[in-house]
Write a protein that binds this ligand. Sequence first.
Ligand code: APR
Length: 230
Amino acid sequence: MNKPILVVSTGAGISAESGIKTFRDADGLWENYPVMQVASADGFRRDPELVHHFYNERRKALIHALPNDAHRALVDLEKDYDVYVITQNVDDLHERAGQKNVLHLHGELMKIRSVYDPDYIEDLDIDHLETTPATRGRNGDPMRPHIVFFQEPVPNIEKAVELVQRADIFVVIGTSLVVYPAAGLLHYVRPGVPVYYIDPNPADIPSSAGVHIIRATATEGMKILQRELA
Ligand code: APR
């Protein structure tokens, strides 16, 4: 008997309770760093040293962070559903919580890739977190953060759309829904499929979209969702 398919789209908000800064909340990352200098293709061309430094800083924060109860609640749902997590986050907290199916739309902080060949990717480990423009892969190529910068295409978006189109339930957690194409996934849900949006300060969604808004943090919101799904 196949389990119902539950697709979840997560943003920075699900990692907030793990102590990782979001981007657009007060004192968020984009308040302290000029986004187009540290997270865009032009910025990387202009000052690769600064961009490597920005991601080094985020990796050093990440290794002290742990998955929280919201990440774990999504893993628990695998008992009753085929769960697919589509995340805008570049942290590895879903994986460290034990989530089976995680699709990263914006890349992964703990990976680097060849500047020349986007398919040549290496894992970083806790003892080798910091990279510079001089960092070379084992294949000799200069390496860059395995991050989708602004101004770059989102390679996994087609896979994400296919997942949302198969969803029997769609859940959005902790995203301001301002960055596309991720924010547009909501519109690929089949008619009649229930949609839940968990966020303490949810973005405006036209009520016609029939979205169940759970105005709460990710950890509290997941408890409410688990009760609603029971
Ligand atoms: N629980 C749930 N949601 C939370 C919590 C929490 N404890 N704290 C904050 N939030 C919500 C905020 O209300 C907001 O809606 O998380 C969202 C964070 O929004 P952003 O900071 O814009 O993060 P996100 O939507 O993931 O950004 C999307 O923008 O800069 C790019 O690539 C970057 O992937 C990122 C993308």
